[in-house]
Design a protein around this ligand. Structure first.
Ligand SMILES: Cc1cc2nc3c(=O)[nH]c(=O)nc-3n(C[C@H](O)[C@H](O)[C@H](O)COP(=O)(O)OP(=O)(O)OC[C@H]3O[C@@H](n4cnc5c(N)ncnc54)[C@H](O)[C@@H]3O)c2cc1C
Length: 263
């Protein structure tokens, strides 16, 4: 047994004050943090629940972008008419996360802050070249993710919202584990203002990554043929009981072609 004090702040300022202690942890949907605590892999002295903060809520159009509050659940994003209209691939991605319980509790901010190498949202954040807003600064997608379960977030920093530029074409293809629904490989392909970006989750030893070798050809011609034989090095892929590096590298190529075709 260990003691944990639960706080439910009413404002972002109050949450930041409570979270500035090294031994505190922010809690959003709890879909990762609570199982981690149950397994004793984390034992924070205090939990600062972000779910009551109005500053982390809401979905709104913002110029050519769609701004989504960090506290919006996967179910909120999946069922939002605005997300469906502006970035249908993002609504589809959110609707394919886990099961109904996970989707009703888990949040955009929690998923992106956690940066699980098999999580879905990081692929969308990177492929859509999103901007992550925190209580301190704005961070571009390319400089946010920092390897497995690591990001550039500092102690006590809170993601408040994420702004996704609206693409002209986008699609997410996921080959999931039937047990957890996590991605064995997931590929998000997007074309925004003529620039193409392809991001891969579930596969890389260092977490989410861009398939830059295919992006130039796709920018010139958006077709499955432009993906060609491009695939990552199998030695850079995750190897586990679900698949070899060779298998994952092959899936990346197959799913990239499917995503481009479906978009
Ligand atoms: C059975 C199961 C199946 C799942 N399947 C999938 C799947 O298919 N695809 C997928 O992508 N995910 C999947 N997940 C994970 C799920 O999406 C979680 O919701 C997500 O990983 C964490 O979000 P959360 O809101 O629950 O965060 P929490 O568990 O509350 O927090 C996770 C971490 O993020 C930090 N944090 C939370 N919010 C913020 C914030 N706003 N700013 C800064 N730090 C913050 C916390 O301190 C903690 O370290 C699954 C989970 C389970 C239990």
């Amino acid at each position: 047994m260990y003691q944990t004090t639960y706080h439910r702040p009413a404002t972002l300022d109050e949450a930041i004050k409570l979270g500035s202690n090294d031994e505190a942890k922010y809690l959003s949907g709890g879909q990762t943090l609570i199982p981690t605590m149950k397994q004793r892999l984390a034992s924070p002295e205090s939990l600062v629940d972000l779910s009551g903060l109005s500053e982390l809520q809401g979905i709104r159009a913002d110029g050519g972008s769609l701004s989504i509050g960090a506290g919006m659940t996967h179910a909120d994003v999946a069922s939002s008419a605005q997300v469906r209209e502006m970035i249908p691939a993002l609504a589809d991605l959110a609707g394919g996360i886990g099961d109904p319980h996970v989707r009703n509790m888990g949040t955009l901010g929690g998923s992106v802050a956690n940066n699980d190498p098999s999580a879905d949202y990081p692929a969308a954040v990177l492929a859509l070249n999103a901007t992550i807003y925190t209580n301190k600064r704005e961070i571009s997608a390319d400089s946010f993710f920092n390897g497995l379960f690591e990001t550039v977030l500092e102690e006590g920093e809170i993601i408040t919202r994420i702004s996704f530029p609206v693409p002209s074409k986008a699609n997410y293809q996921k080959f999931d584990s039937p047990a957890s629904r996590y991605a064995l490989v997931g590929v998000f392909a997007a074309r925004t203002d003529g620039n193409c970006r392809v991001a891969v989750t579930g596969a890389g030893n260092d977490g989410v990554f861009r398939m830059e070798a295919a992006e130039g050809a796709l920018s010139a011609s958006w077709s499955a043929d432009s993906v060609g034989k491009n695939r990552p090095d199998p030695d850079d892929m995750i190897v586990d009981l679900h698949g070899t590096g060779e298998y994952r590298a092959h899936l990346v190529n197959v799913l990239a072609k499917r995503a481009v075709t479906a978009a």
